[in-house]
Design a protein around this ligand. Structure first.
Ligand SMILES: Cc1cc2nc3c(=O)[nH]c(=O)nc-3n(C[C@H](O)[C@H](O)[C@H](O)COP(=O)(O)OP(=O)(O)OC[C@H]3O[C@@H](n4cnc5c(N)ncnc54)[C@H](O)[C@@H]3O)c2cc1C
Ligand code: SF4
Length: 333
């Protein structure tokens, strides 16, 4: 498969990138490492006239600790550099674990955290060659008005497979997003729409410059588990992140976020509330895992059967909460 023709710009400042972006309008796309976008272009799923590379932007680089207790990660930092960074290893090891679960070393050397956050949603009927897709009517995501995955559905259910999005949401991270003349800060939990066609709230003229992950105050215990069909170089078929403050008898806060099963990271609020009320113990974990199964709500048969997804989430929640309990006990002793 060949890449179509396009213009390539490599500005050296954020200001110039924003000016190019505004000038090119919807015909331009931002290029991080290209490990998602270039593949989509080869498949004819994205047809930009111009790619604006973010690689030379100093404003998107580096990992620092700010004065408000946040770790600030430049959106252009590659996943390999993120995993190698001593601040991340020390303060947010769970993020390092998730990053190292993405694809392969070669892809992580190219891929950026900004690109991973914006990773397009995936569907078995969409991520196919043009010839394959042309054998069917166009669906919501390709400009039509039907869904092949859920017959009769009025929206797209393609899946958000980013491995870092659920963690960043669970850690209450927020994104700094800029466009010419203004900036805004978006909590990761509000960044995604549960709609596979337009899965983020990012406008075409906006760039994510950095991600702020709170790391101050009480220490956070966190666990991430990813399940995939193969051990390496594979997208997740379901992941779970748990982040908590407090101790096993009284979790002051618990966020449980499911990845790769819906179009946006999914918060299991009822399940988390149950643990907050009864504490983390063998019995409450069993009940929580059962609750998560029901709380998952309607899920698609995309990539794996809906019934399998329910079994998987039950098993993942159980393992994740048991690992969290072990982590908390180890820190106490
Ligand atoms: C074989 C294979 C296996 C993979 N396995 C996994 C996996 O296990 N887990 C996983 O999470 N992903 C996986 N991926 C997907 C992808 O490689 C990663 O998500 C990667 O992190 C994307 O980053 P990138 O910098 O290459 O993004 P790009 O391809 O450069 O960009 C992706 C999208 O983000 C936008 N974008 C990039 N940076 C910014 C920014 N700063 N501001 C605004 N928009 C921006 C681009 O315009 C584009 O729409 C896999 C890909 C392949 C090819
Ligand atoms: S979920 Fe439906 S609308 Fe979305 S890409 Fe798949 S088939 Fe198309």
């Amino acid at each position: 498969m060949r890449l179509p023709r396009f213009d390539h710009m490599k500005p050296e400042s954020l200001e110039v990138s924003l000016a190019f972006l505004e000038m090119s309008g919807k015909k331009a796309r931002l290029l991080g490492g290209g490990t998602d976008l270039l593949v989509r272009m080869k498949y004819g799923l994205s047809r930009p006239d111009t790619l604006i590379s973010l690689k030379a932007l100093p404003e998107l680089s580096g990992i620092t600790a700010d004065n408000h207790g946040n770790i600030v990660i430049g959106a252009g930092v590659t996943l390999s550099n993120l995993a190698k960074n001593p601040i991340i290893s020390e303060k947010i090891p769970v993020l390092k674990k998730a990053v190292l679960s993405v694809a392969s070393k070669h892809i992580r050397n190219m891929a950026t955290i900004g690109g991973n956050i914006c990773l397009d949603t995936r569907c078995w009927y969409y991520n196919q060659s043009q010839l394959w897709r042309e054998a069917r009517e166009a669906c919501h995501k390709t400009g039509g008005s039907v869904c092949h995955a859920i017959k009769g559905s009025d929206r797209c259910h393609a899946i958000n497979s980013s491995d870092t999005a659920p963690i960043l949401a669970a850690l209450n991270a927020s994104l700094r997003v800029v466009k010419k003349g203004s900036e805004r800060f978006i909590p990761v939990k509000d960044f995604y729409n549960n709609n596979g066609f337009q899965h983020t709230v990012l406008a075409p003229e906006e760039i994510i410059t950095s991600i702020a992950v709170p790391s101050g105050g009480e220490p956070i215990n966190a666990v991430f588990i990813k399940s995939s069909s193969r051990k390496g170089l594979d997208f997740s078929i379901g992941s779970i992140t748990a982040a908590t403050k407090g101790n096993s008898r009284k979790c002051a806060l618990l966020r449980l976020v499911v990845g790769s099963m819906t179009s946006a990271p999914l918060f299991l609020e009822k399940t988390a509330q149950l643990i907050i009320q009864s504490g983390l113990n063998e019995k409450s974990i069993e009940i929580a895992a059962e609750t998560a199964r029901a709380e998952l709500g309607p899920v698609t048969n995309l990539f794996t059967r809906a019934g399998y997804k329910r079994d998987l989430i039950q098993a993942l929640v159980k393992k994740c909460l048991n690992d969290l309990l072990k982590q908390m006990k180890a820190k106490r002793s």
